[in-house]
Design a protein around this ligand. Structure first.
Ligand code: GSH
Length: 242
């Protein structure tokens, strides 16, 4: 059995859950609390999730997990065999993971209105003490990360210019295509979808996404193509965790 270890509200969860669904692989989900960092460090010394447990092995980092899954469960493929397409998938996946991630994190958890709605969702499974403490410290902690990364130092207006440009770029890629790379769904779609879905938790980004019809239609297409497959283990675990 495969176990997907996750933190609540992580955009990387969507990427891997949908990959597992698309490949028809049964899995259970284990959600960890932010107060369980020691136990998470035992799984992944870097302390980050998601991580995948399979046959006694733990694979960390969503990109490594995706490549592991593709090798262990090649059908149906999500990473193209064609080198030019494979290169495009990697570049888009890395853009999602290493650039879009900071925009969605900053907008969801540090900006007024959005942080008040999203932080309680992030901490709802923590102890009573952490449910009290984390809303006071998480926005500042995330703002520090995004300030050192650069995005957090931009004005709200400049941030939204960036985000809109990113959404428009995806809309352009989809202007004559159903999927981001080639003519079938790939890991690039799942990685970018995960970040756009998280961006929809921030009001101003959600409003921008709604303006781009090719993006809206593509997000629905990704959802339909990678929706949950019937799997008793999965269903039980989802109920337990939500
Ligand atoms: N590059 C990693 C990033 C994973 C990541 O940043 N996960 C966040 C949750 S969204 C995390 O575990 N944060 C806890 C920490 O940094 O200690 C991946 O693709 O899996």
């Amino acid at each position: 059995m495969l176990v997907l270890h996750q933190y609540h509200l992580s955009p990387y969860n969507e990427k891997l859950q949908r990959m597992l669904n698309f490949k028809g692989i049964a899995f259970t989900e284990q959600y960890w609390q932010l107060g369980e960092r020691k136990q998470v460090a035992a799984l992944n010394p870097i302390g980050k999730l998601p991580a995948l447990e399979h046959d006694g092995r733990v694979i960390c980092d969503s990109t490594d997990v995706a490549h592991y899954l593709e090798q262990a469960f090649p059908e149906p493929p999500l990473i193209p065999a064609d080198p030019a397409l494979r290169g495009q998938v990697h570049v888009l996946e890395d853009w999602a993971d290493e650039s879009l991630y900071f925009y969605e994190m900053h907008l969801r958890f540090t900006t007024p209105g959005n942080r008040e709605r999203n932080i309680p969702r992030m901490v709802e499974h923590e102890s009573a003490f952490l449910r009290w403490l984390l809303p006071k410290v998480v926005p500042g902690g995330i703002a520090k990360i995004t300030a050192s990364q650069g995005i957090g130092r931009k004005s709200p207006e400049q941030l939204m210019i960036d985000v809109t440009r990113h959404i428009e770029a995806v809309n352009d890629l989809l202007s004559e295509a159903q999927w981001l790379v080639g003519n079938r769904i790939s890991l690039a779609d799942l990685a970018v979808y995960g970040m756009f879905d998280a961006l929809r938790d921030a009001d101003m980004a959600a409003a921008q996404i709604a303006r781009y019809s090719a993006v809206v239609a593509w997000m629905e297409r990704v959802e339909q193509t990678t929706s949950e497959r019937a799997s008793p283990a999965n269903a039980t675990s989802k109920e337990d965790d939500s």
